[in-house]
Design a protein around this ligand. Sequence first.
Ligand code: ARG
Length: 500
Amino acid sequence: MSSLFKGGRIPSTRSDVVDFISSLPSDERLLSSVIEINMAHVVMMVEEGIIPRSVGVQLLKALQGVQEEVKPRRGVEDVHVAVEEAVIGKVGVEVGGNLHMGKSRNDQVSAAIRMELRRSLLQIMGEIVALQEAILLQAQSHVETIIPGFTHLQPAQPTTLGHYLLAHVDGLDRSLERLVEAYFRVNLSPMGAGALAATSFPINRERVAELLGFDGLLENSIDAVGSRDFILEVLAALSILAVDLSRFAEDLILWSSPGFGIIDLPDEFCSTSSIMPQKKNPDVLEVVRARMANILGDFLSSATIMKALPSSYNLDLQEVTPHLWSSIDELSSTLPILAELVRNLGVREAPNPALWDFITSTELANMLVRKCGVPFRTSHRIVGALIRHLAQNGLSIHDITPEMIRRVARQIDSSLTINISVEDIQESISLSGFVRSHRVRGGPSPTEVRRMINTRLKRLTRRKRLLQRLEKRLMEARERLRRAVESQMEGLQGGPQTSG
Ligand code: ARG
């Protein structure tokens, strides 16, 4: 048991019990935030005249050296206790015993998680931007690279690799937007909420929030200590991101297999078999696909821990936090390796020829609408019957003749006279013609894809600027806190000078 609580309500605890309930192992990443929170709280208490400056300065000095001294050791409940203990150990209980006035571990832990999380979010968001950049670069070199597009995993219509890659850039951007929105809800201060009913000391919550770089307060003190929806929100956004990344990995795995033969994975991102010497297995992508499941697991575990909790703080909330960090860690190792893989992605000479069979049929039907004035539903039926005939006779789309179409059409409707030329057929079944003619907004035509790449590049610049602004705000807040601490210690300018 921590010496802090000895001789109080619980006379002693068993060390195995303390170790069992301790959050210290996963609290390590909260340590620097917990120290900053304590410093901001002390500065505020001096400024508001709640504690004498002499006491405040001793507390601040003790806190300054505490980072190196707090060692994860057995018998301590958490990082909050560890820091307070270390401070009391340095300056004695007469002074150090004032550190926890007007606050609780309940507001402090939520504040610390939020501070650490905003750093992590900035990192993950930066990594998403880097992945988008890598994908965009590949898209730029494959604006004209025609690939089969699939629905139901069946060859459907031709598109380009550039067009396909842009789809993932846009999906990633929505994930980025969701995380940016979450960031602003994460970056609110619960400090001052105390255990749940705030405090009777005349603290200044806004000042602490400002010193810690928060954009505002979680005002209601019960909400402030008892809510972890900010974690669920981030895990939900990360889960959606994980689903996207897993689907991207799945496409690349499939398309690299000889059955598809569309892309060539970089050797260094694959491995071979211990028995089959010919094998080149897509290991990195398989691991990505599998690990993304862990993020969904973290969301589900967290939501399940929370769903039947009474309002306000319960120690169950402590058990949510490690799920957050494990998702953050999983993604911040996945995103950069995926970006590297994409940067080194190659394209095969030609996809499996079977994938091209009949892939331009839609355009053949469109041509009949344009040239012969038949309704699309009719031309769809004609081309469908035509393809059935070709497939049954082992023929390909290149074997179609005007006469063949005329015959099939008449079988469907004897009043139909279809007059088209060989050139009409050739034009409508050309792969590059298909892609070029699909030039409506968002379509695969190279002109449209180039336009989209340019708008996405500009959007990426805007995203980067936003991330830089957010980083800068955090740096400025750290500087503000450092100056406020120093000005207390030097007894120079700073907040209102009061007793002490
Ligand atoms: N270790 C806890 C957590 O991570 C904070 C401590 C709150 N403990 C308490 N008994 N109120 O959430």
